[in-house]
Design a protein around this ligand. Sequence first.
Ligand code: ADP
Ligand code: MG
Length: 452
Amino acid sequence: MEQLWEKALGILKAHLSAENFETWLEPVQFGGIEGDLIVLKIPNQFFAEWISAHYLDLILDTLQAEAGETHMPKKVRWELDETLREKAQAARETTPPPAPRPPRATPKPPDSADLNPKYRFKNFVVGPANQLAHAASVACGSDPGRRYNPLFIYGGVGLGKTHLVNAIGHAIVQRNPRARTLYVSAERFTNEFIWSLQNHEINSFRKRYRTQCDVLLMDDIQFLAGREQTQEEFFHTFNALYHSDKQIVVTSDVYPHQISEMKERLISRFQSGMVADVQAPELDTRIAILQQKAESEDIELPSEVALFLAQTVRSNVRELEGTLLRVAVKAELLGLPMDLELAKETMRAVLPNQDTAMTVEDIQRIVCAYFGIRLADIKSRRRHRAVTFPRMVAMYICRQRLGTSYPELGERFGGKDHTTVLSAVRKIGGLMEDQDERVLGAVDAIERKLGI
Ligand code: ADP
Ligand code: MG
């Protein structure tokens, strides 16, 4: 294995500038293999950070290419070494370390294996917020290159764009195993492009993207903002594929026109096809996503916990999933049931003081605006149903979000007895658990307005 390391170093030396190589890799020593760990000895902790941030992928890729998939170390264990530190110090005293330049990564030729196997249509939960993007993606998957070409999917972070494009790729390959799909992030496209220019490989780069590709799935196109040369290259790639009726799918975190420093002609290409957005999912979609995730991870998820998490994490599905896993792991580690108490405690640690800025009156105002009643009414003793229902909803949200005591809530809502507040909160809570549409819709909309 030591030989392998030497060999890898030789390859890395060829790819990095002499300065960078001498500064960052030469001082590192091979310390052996432990299972799937490679042990590297370094002069100080900074090397671990610097190498991890800049060269680690390249090192692992190189080792992988040399060793073959099966004997491949997948991670590094860093070991601080005194003698190396002294050596490095001595060297530094004579020559200051040069400012490192970014490394050139050796790109792996992409293939359909680059699709993420986890992201498929069958585990994508559809709701009003992503219905259009989902339908267009399904159409693309079953009839690529025809109806929706190009397909442009845009929306905020963690709302399922990468999931959808991968699912399109899988669907196409499933119908036609010979279809050559290329999933690539705009960042990787950029890196490969620059690398191939520098290494006189531009012809094979173009061949791969323009002629050997039937479906191009380009993720996070906003990365090309301001990168004129790469945009130019992508423009020609786009045209070549488009004119041969090859499917192109592009995602972005914003609407085409809002991508700053994107050339107008590319924007108009994007808009020539189908543009679909993904929005933050509604409460019941969030609940369904949690339930599905729980099922696939073998987590027993009580419905009140699902409801609580879905109410708490609203704008990012990745975070929603992360929260579920965090609670599940905590339950397992501590040997506790996965109940509401544990979920609340976990969320308190995650979202500290989330609600401190909000007051009872803020909630009252938003509730009144939602139901179209006056603030004075919700604070009054009036018992008309047009007022009592919004009042109960407001009490429920105050109790849930602010934890205000029942007697205090009684006072703030027209001098009611604390038992009246208690039963109002219970009633709304019960309706929420029964998935009562009117209540779910109202609470969800109001909480969105409150920004929680
Ligand atoms: P984006 O690319 O928009 O930032 P991702 O596609 O990476 O978001 O989604 C983040 C996570 O949320 C992924 O694990 C994905 O599977 C999951 N996810 C997002 N939307 C849905 C959905 N509608 N149904 C199931 N999982 C979803
Ligand atoms: Mg993404």
